[in-house]
Design a protein. Structure first.
Length: 110
């Protein structure tokens, strides 16, 4: 429900939060926000920007949860990245020396 008004008064919309309804002014930043999507367990993304130092896996290799995948160096700290799932490596999208950005795809599991 929107309150239509030709003056400079705010326009109010109905907002539903946990089945409670509020009449409020909703900013465009809220309307245009990126909606939550569950994490895809078959894709390993870089949590922080950094440099790939070493890769411990090969394409087609079977890995277990907790097994070392690679080392990502960020701000002079070496972060050991481990597998979150049991699976087979479908592809490796990075190589040692690559600089990755946050949320960049590094490894794909089958």
């Amino acid at each position: 429900m929107t309150k239509k008004n030709n003056t400079n008064k705010p326009q109010y919309e109905e907002l539903n939060i946990d089945n409670s309804y509020f009449l409020t002014e909703i900013p465009d930043s809220y309307k245009n926000r990126k909606l939550y999507q569950p994490e895809n367990q078959k894709e390993l993304l870089a949590a922080i920007p950094g440099t790939i130092i070493e890769i411990f896996i090969k394409k087609g290799q079977t890995v277990e949860e907790g097994q070392d995948i690679l080392i990502l160096e960020a701000m002079k700290m070496r972060n050991q990245i481990v597998s979150a799932i049991n699976g087979e490596i479908k592809s490796i999208k990075v190589k040692p020396g690559d600089i990755v950005s946050k949320d960049q795809l590094m490894v794909v599991f089958k």
